[in-house]
Structure formats: C-alpha cells, structure tokens
Ligand binder design. Structure first.
Ligand code: NAP
Length: 316
C-alpha cells in the first residue's frame, strides 16, 4: 500500500485547485497524491487529471455527505469556493461550512482554506465611503470568504488560511484586460490610483499551497498571504505595453465610475479595488513576496507571466 499522503483538492478542474493538482502530480517523489473533487468526473478537465495520475471522485460543495466521502482517509484538503458561479455570499458561506464540517468529521490533518478579507472589519456597513451591497456586504465575494474562516476554527479543523491575490489570468478569462476605447487606444481600467495591486499567476497559487502542505504543520492556525508581484496600475499598463507591442494606458477612474461600468459584479469589484487602494499598506504587507517565493521557488513575476501568456489576452 502506498504511504503517500492524499490531498483532496476541491476545484481541481479549475484554476486554483488545478494548479495544486498539477504541482503535486509534477512531483512524483514528493510523498503526496491527488484526489480531485468534481461534480462531473466525465468532463475533459477531470479526465485529463485522471490521465495524469489523479484519483477523481464526485463531490458537490452543496452536499456535505459527498464531501465527507471525498475526504475520507485523506491527509489534507485544499478548500475553495467559486463565488462567480452563483454570486451568492450566503451560498458561499454554506459551502464553506460544509467543507469545515466534513474536514473535521473525517479528521483531516491539514486543511488549506482559500480565503480573502472580510472587508467589513475595515469598512463597517455604516461607513459610506463605499456603498453597502446586498444589504449586508461591502465586497461580497471577499466578505463571505473571510466571514467563513470561523467555521474551520470552530469545527476544530487544523487549517491554514490562505489569502490569495488578483490573478493576472483575469486579463485573459475575466474581462479585466486592456479595453479598446472609442478613440482606438487601449486602456487598463481600474480604480487603484497609485496604489499597488498584489497579484499573481493563478497557477502559482496552487504551487504555493503545495509548499504549505510540504511544510507539515508549520502554517496550521496561521494566515498566509501570497502574491507574485505588487505592481501599480501604471506599472501593469507598462508591462502590458511591452508584452503586447501596443501602448496600453492606465485609466485610473474613480471607484464610483468603476462600480457603474455595468457588467455583473462591477459594484463588487469597484468596492474591492477601493478597499485595496484605501488599505494598501495592510493589503500589500500581508501578501509578502519573499515568503511567497520561499513557498514556491518557481513564483512568476508579471513580466515572466506575460512572456508566456500575452498572446492569449483577447484584444479587439
Ligand atoms: N479571479 C481572481 O482574481 C481571484 C482572486 C482571488 C480569489 N478568487 C476566488 O477564486 C474562486 C474561484 O476559484 P477558481 O478561479 O479556481 O475557479 P474556476 O477556475 O472557475 O473553477 C471552479 C472550480 O470549483 C469547482 N466547483 C464549483 N462549484 C462546485 C460545487 N458546488 N461542488 C464541487 N466543486 C465545485 C469546479 O469543479 P467542477 O465544475 O468540476 O465541479 C471547478 O473546479 C472564487 O471564489 C473567487 O472569488 C479569484
């Protein structure tokens, strides 16, 4: 029987969990094995993981019993929820509670909870510098993750709280890349002023998580933030200009303009960028580049990521 430690990876068919699954599979001597959780073991992504050596099991974050089965006998679990699939903080809270309950029930040795700040600790609901959204939140997709942290501690699950960062992959997949303006120029539209944006290649989130698992219990009970760089909006526009071979200007709009851009979640993201801008020293300080690199020596810079991915950024 193999003595490899099994890591149950939620979101293995997606970006964060996929990065972790690939990091473990790329290190066959590392002592860990991947159990990939998915709602659909027949998907192309799930089949690819199976072909690469992962055990693939069906599980649903909405079904705590399926999570218990999927966690059974595992050493650890990477836990992530996908807010953007449903836009419901309440659903995200319920899914996190299920993860914590299952992790504790199955006696896992190490859980990594992919979390973010509950921004209401910095900007209470009655603080009108930014609007309250959905009646109870400032940055719904952050707040629910942070508010869910206690489920893991309350359940007694040995947990590392991983503060992730904005993905550079959002330039490709999330509509956050340079936009062609009516005058024909390309603009990177954000509302960060001169503040720095801790950000990362999403593949590196999984690699950092692997680094955390490899260190045993060192990070259990701790909060660790990761980033591959802390570029300003102007620096990102400069890097994009270089990589795309066409000038990209940084269009620093006021947060209220960003919130009104009209795409789904624009108000949430406008508040998010404003939070990162207004609490920039805290936000950058907790996402230390040197520690991220220690966890993941392959950590990419923005320039390195652009060198490999610039041609995938959709430009019209
Ligand atoms: N974009 C950013 O810059 C950024 C930065 C920090 C944090 N985040 C957070 O990252 C999260 C998304 O992670 P991602 O980018 O890795 O997502 P992704 O690439 O869209 O993949 C989503 C993954 O979640 C799994 N999943 C979703 N609902 C599930 C359910 N009910 N049961 C089981 N599995 C489920 C999917 O698995 P199957 O479909 O195979 O079941 C899939 O593997 C969001 O909550 C977002 O707020 C994003």
């Amino acid at each position: 029987m193999s003595d490899e430690k099994v890591i149950a990876v939620v979101g293995a068919t997606g970006a964060q969990g996929g990065g972790l699954a690939r990091a473990i599979l790329a290190d066959p001597e590392g002592g860990f094995a991947v159990r990939a959780l998915t709602r659909n073991p027949d998907s192309d992504a799930a089949r690819e993981l199976a072909a690469a050596g992962a055990e693939v099991v069906r599980a649903d974050l909405d079904d705590v019993e399926s999570l218990k089965r999927a966690f059974r006998g595992a050493y650890g679990a990477y836990c992530v929820t996908n807010y953007w699939e449903h836009f419901s903080p309440e659903k995200e809270l319920a899914q996190a509670a299920n993860l914590a309950e299952a992790a504790a029930a199955e006696g896992l040795d190490h859980v990594i909870w992919s979390t973010l700040e509950d921004t209401r600790e910095w900007v209470p609901l009655d603080d009108d510098r930014m609007p309250t959204l959905m009646e109870e939140y400032k940055v719904p997709h952050f707040d629910a993750k942070g508010a869910a942290n206690h489920f893991f501690t309350d359940a007694g699950a040995p947990t590392t709280f991983l503060l992730t960062s904005f993905y550079w992959d959002n330039f490709i997949h999330f509509g956050s890349g340079p936009q062609r303006r009516p005058d024909g120029t390309l603009a990177l539209v954000m509302c960060m002023g001169d503040a720095k944006l801790p950000s990362i290649a999403v593949e590196d989130i999984g690699r950092c998580a692997y680094g955390i698992f490899r260190r045993g219990d060192e990070y259990i009970g701790e909060t660790v933030g990761i980033a591959g760089g802390h570029p300003t909006g102007a620096e990102m526009a400069e890097a994009l200009t270089e990589a795309l071979g066409e000038e990209v200007v940084y269009d620093d709009v006021p947060p209220e303009v960003y919130r009104a851009l009209g795409f789904p979640g624009a108000d949430d993201l406008g508040n998010m960028f404003q939070f990162k801008r207004d609490f920039n020293d805290y936000y950058c300080g907790v996402r230390d580049l040197a520690e991220s690199r220690e966890l993941n020596p392959e950590l990419q810079t923005l320039d390195a990521w652009l060198g490999k991915n610039a041609d995938r950024i959709p430009i019209e």
